[in-house]
Design a binder for this molecule. Structure first.
Ligand code: SF4
Ligand code: SF4
Length: 217
């Protein structure tokens, strides 16, 4: 190939932009992107976290610190006996694996899709319960060092778990979590498999009954 032909190859690529002027422009984020966490509330405003510490126990990076306390009878924080009165996540360690989300029995901890946050002080990397807890509208609190754009909080915890409950494809399309403040009961995630397998195709070890669904026949 001569010099002129070589330049032609370059010129033919001239108008094919594969980059965007980020951060002025953000592309839509993938459905299952793991961003910074939120602590959710039920639709009546009560906190979902019961301070059980399962998320802290399962975290491979040891970056969650939870302490539970008995709910004050006259003014309970959560529907259970206990609530998480201390909840911290250290984002200098978090690898966004979402095992904490998988482990949580009440869907209290989920992840938004926000990854645009950074710190100039290491202490800011430790998110506290007050920062993680959604506000009175059920929306994530937008902290000064975070770059939220309009509409991005709509996608908070749009998926609840990395897999359907117990990982069985037969659960696909079935709601298996509770409603949350500001969003209600989120629709079930689709697309975990091309087509749900017939009952006989489910491996014996995973062949458990899908949750009862009154809408199902
Ligand atoms: S996403 Fe993974 S590393 Fe981060 S807090 Fe949860 S369990 Fe720990
Ligand atoms: S976030 Fe979930 S797993 Fe973690 S302490 Fe609260 S209820 Fe337990």
């Amino acid at each position: 190939m001569g010099l002129f032909e070589g330049f032609l190859v370059t010129l033919r690529q001239w108008r094919r932009h594969v980059t965007i002027p980020y951060p002025d422009v953000k592309r839509p984020k993938p459905l299952r992107l793991h961003g910074r966490h939120v602590l959710n509330r039920y639709e009546d405003g009560m906190e979902k976290c019961i301070g059980c510490e399962l998320c802290a126990g399962v975290c491979p990076a040891r970056c969650i610190y939870v302490r539970g306390a008995d709910n004050p009878p006259e003014n309970p924080v959560s529907p259970g006996e206990r609530y998480g009165f201390v909840y911290e996540i250290n984002y200098l360690r978090c690898i966004h694996c979402d095992l904490c989300v998988e482990a949580c029995p009440t869907e209290a901890i989920t992840e938004s899709k926000l990854f645009e946050f950074s710190f100039t002080d290491r202490r800011d990397a430790i998110y506290t319960r007050d920062e993680l807890l959604v506000d009175d509208e059920g929306r994530p609190k937008k902290l000064p060092w975070e770059d939220w754009r309009p509409g991005e909080d709509e996608h908070t915890s749009a998926w609840m778990r990395a897999t359907s409950p117990s990982g069985v494809a037969a659960y696909e399309g079935k709601v298996a979590w509770s409603g949350e403040l500001g969003y209600g009961v989120r629709p079930p995630e689709a697309g975990q498999s091309d087509a749900p397998p017939a009952a006989g195709e489910i491996p014996a070890a995973a062949a458990v009954a899908p949750p009862a669904d009154e809408d199902d026949d």
